[in-house]
Design a protein around this ligand. Structure first.
Ligand code: Z5A
Length: 211
């Protein structure tokens, strides 16, 4: 519990690569902090030493095909470590947690992107996390071409990012479907605007979340 006598809340930030998740996690955390709460920023895949090592495997190139199901199992091994060792203890202490990607990324990337059956993802979710879920999810949405234009100015693409455009179109679409399905926790931001404008919209959302 925090000073206000409440448990913390989990805010996840989602979207395809290049939409500005990393650019906005600290902005969101600052907002929470200014409202008087302690906050931690974390990410997936990753967030603990074991989960960061698993992230290394997920994003690396191997001279062997990696199946969508393999990615799924690796992601959930890391996620269990992350939720049990970092996220839940922080929430129990009353801290807020801002996480760059979380469970919805698996439905988007491994489900819609790789074509892994949703039932398999649901089963693993239930088995590892039960009914644990984010309190709020901020989806940064932008066209695939624009998002990749931003990324390509910065760095080389990793194993997953070298997939074809259709892969990312399916992922973007799946995120929008989930946002429609869960309006109580999703807020969608048009991430094709300038960073300043994106952050104005995020501030309005944070106001709603905090109050
Ligand atoms: N993955 C998965 O498959 N399944 C899962 O369940 C999970 C993850 C959890 C993790 O990569 C990979 O793991 C990811 C999905 C997969 N795919 N791949 N590969 P990551 O954690 O490194 O995530 P990422 O999406 O690749 O991060 P990113 O490349 O850092 O993108 P971003 O965080 O959304 O964008 P950014 O770094 O904040 O911004 C990119 C550039 O755009 C930068 O120069 C900014 O200054 C600029 N930017 C940001 N916003 C704007 C606006 N509004 N206007 C102009 N320029 C902007």
């Amino acid at each position: 519990m925090n000073k206000k006598g409440t448990k913390g809340k989990l805010i996840t930030i989602e979207g395809i690569e290049g939409v500005g998740k990393t650019s906005n996690v600290n902005f969101i955390a600052k907002y929470v902090q200014n409202a008087g709460y302690q906050v931690i920023v974390t990410r997936e895949p990753g967030g603990t030493p074991v989960a960061e090592a698993i992230r290394g495997i997920i994003l690396s190139d191997f001279d062997e095909q990696m199946y969508g199901e393999t990615e799924l199992l690796l992601l959930y091994a890391g996620r269990l470590q992350h939720v049990e060792n970092v996220i839940k203890p922080a929430l129990d202490k009353g801290q807020w947690v801002v996480c760059d990607r979380f469970t919805d990324a698996t439905y988007a990337y491994q489900g819609a992107g790789r074509g892994v059956a949703i039932e398999k993802i649901d089963d693993l979710y239930r088995w590892t996390l039960g009914d644990f879920k984010p309190d709020w999810t901020i989806l940064l949405d932008a066209p695939v071409d624009l998002a990749f234009e931003r990324i390509l100015k910065l760095r080389d693409l990793d194993r997953i990012e070298r997939e074809k455009k259709g892969f990312f179109e399916r992922i973007r679409n799946q995120y929008l479907v989930m946002a429609k399905r869960h309006p109580e926790r999703y807020r969608v931001v048009d991430a094709s605007q300038s960073l300043e404008d994106v952050q104005k919209v995020i501030s309005d959302i944070m106001k709603e979340i905090i109050e």
